[in-house]
Ligand binder design. Structure first.
Ligand code: C2O
Ligand code: CU
Length: 513
């Protein structure tokens, strides 16, 4: 299908209204429903699954420290939108096809409310998974201002549920953020960037197997999904009319597997002020931003001297990062368009702050343990590629059991050709460094021989993070403080096809001695 680019305006997800709000807490209800939405005016409507029937879901906005309860409800049809591979762990034939569970990505959430992959539930909580604990989730929001997102996390079908549309923004605000005088209100816009493919009738296309698959299984899980169309906030290649002034954009890569390396054709910079987990110490002016699946960047873009201009946000990250094909400049190489066509409605008094606050670096000496965790590619029993963490599968016994209140260094030893974005639930961490090593030697002997110097994290990675890019042939080290809850959590690659097929592990935070 040939769709004209930049014909539809960018939608901005509505902010969800609570069902109840008192001085003590706020209560929301969110129903997952099937809906029909126009994703492009030249295309028939698309059947989506969305929170409140919307793709993306409504934005939830809270204040730091506000106690929030959300009743997540499944009101989806009995039949899945996509074919389910029952050979995948947790998605066996005896499991209900339409299972959901909601994870608040980046949230400091108690285990019962974290959306453990086996805590799934079906329509009306008719059936529930073995870790299901409660219907109403509690979020303490004891975190400073930042951009989180909520999305599905059901074991074995997360890739399909998120692809169907189950994702939305969750924003924590605080007084420090307000004191910074950033562009706000209609000048602060969240951008959920994803790729999709479509059938002629406008429905989402998700492959039933990969071209190289000789397993004889149908449907058969693919090793990573790449669409041929870019969708921002649920519209294909949208445009946004802006005023000649500063805007704040909260960028979120919500793709299944695609990395985005974003830049403007005008050559103008992004002033990056924040990461996955709140503000950087100081803004960085960068001409491009690399975002792996689940990573966020908080940026200010200044359109003030651009009146009358049209500016393209483009992407040149290779499909299958970093070793895949160059992106097609005519399709996935384009993200969206900004048109500086609106008159200035008022003088822009917002600022790009010079300093947002000190971030104390965690010294390595505070770590009680250093773990080496391999990211590897193997073959499954059907000859399909299979990605593992620490050469373990989801069902293998738990190995990572940090004690609450301690710091650990986790070293991701990537022996495979993909860059895997690793996400650890509950915690925020700091990136220490990345260092190239001899993969062949490591595979033969299990010993690490470094082949180059330690690389410090990029400027935009100097803040707190919850997802870290682990490039091939490198050891990526992060330091993690484990608190404030004990209990079962998970860590995983955020390429959704990897996460669904064994590149996810449980971990357990142990209570104090
Ligand atoms: Cu964004 Cu475990 O997920
Ligand atoms: Cu991966």
């Amino acid at each position: 299908m040939k769709l004209t680019k930049f014909t539809d305006p960018l939608p901005i997800p509505l902010v969800l209204k609570p069902k109840w709000k008192s001085s003590g807490y706020t209560y929301y209800e969110v129903k997952m429903k099937e809906g029909k939405q126009s994703l492009h005016s030249q295309m028939p409507h698309t059947t989506i699954w969305g929170y409140e029937g919307r793709y993306p879901g409504p934005t939830i906005e809270v204040e730091m420290g506000e106690t929030v309860y959300v009743k997540w409800m499944n009101a989806l049809p009995e039949k899945h939108l996509f074919a389910i591979d029952h050979t995948v762990h947790g998605a066996e034939k005896d499991k209900p096809d339409v299972r959901t569970v909601v994870h608040l990505h980046g949230g400091r959430t108690e285990p019962e409310s974290d959306g453990y992959p086996d805590a799934w539930f079906t329509k009306g909580y008719g059936k529930t998974g073995p870790f299901f604990a409660k219907e109403i989730y509690e979020y303490g929001n004891r975190q400073r201002a930042r951009t989180l997102w909520y999305h599905d996390h059901a074991i074995g079908i997360t890739r399909l549920n998120i692809y169907a549309g189950l994702a939305g923004f969750y924003i924590i605000r605080d007084s420090h953020e307000r004191s910074l005088n950033l562009p706000g209100g209609k000048f602060e816009i969240p951008l959920l960037i994803q790729d999709r493919s479509f059938n002629e009738d406008g429905s989402f296309f998700y492959p039933e197997k990969s071209k190289k698959d000789t397993s004889g299984i149908t449907p058969s899980i693919i090793s990573s999904f790449f669409g041929d169309t870019i969708v921002v906030n649920g519209k294909v290649w949208p445009f946004l009319e802006v005023e000649p002034r500063k805007y704040r954009f909260r960028l979120l890569n919500g793709a299944n597997a695609r990395f985005f390396h974003l830049f403007f054709d005008s050559g103008q910079p992004f002033f990056q002020i924040g990461t996955d987990s709140g503000f950087l110490e100081q803004p960085f002016s960068v001409h491009s931003l690399l975002l792996a699946p689940a990573e966020r960047a908080d940026v200010i873009v200044d359109f003030s001297n651009m009146s009358g201009k049209s500016i393209l946000m483009k992407n040149d990250a290779r499909t299958h990062f970093p070793i895949g094909d160059p992106v097609d400049p005519e399709t996935t190489g384009m993200v969206m368009q900004f048109r500086v066509t609106k008159p200035l409605s008022s003088i822009d008094t917002s600022v790009i702050p010079a300093f947002m606050g000190t971030i104390h670096r965690l010294p390595e000496s505070t770590a009680r343990k250093q773990r080496y965790l391999q990211l590897s590619e193997e073959k499954d029993r059907f000859g399909r590629p299979l990605f593992l963490l620490d050469q373990k599968k989801w069902d293998d016994p738990i190995r990572e059991m940090p004690q609450i209140g301690t710091n650990e260094i986790w070293c991701f030893v990537n022996t495979n050709g993909d860059d895997h974005p690793i996400h650890v639930h509950l915690v925020q961490f700091q990136i220490l460094d990345r260092q190239p090593f001899d993969v062949v030697h490591f595979k033969k002997t299990g010993r690490i021989r470094y082949t180059g110097l330690r690389l410090l994290p990029d400027s935009g990675e100097h803040g707190w993070k919850d997802t870290v890019k682990c490039p091939p042939g490198h050891i990526t080290r992060i330091i993690i403080p484990f608190f404030p809850f004990a209990g079962p959590y998970v860590w995983h690659c955020h390429m959704l096809e990897h996460e669904d097929y064994e590149m996810m592990r449980p971990y357990w935070i142990l209570p104090p001695n």
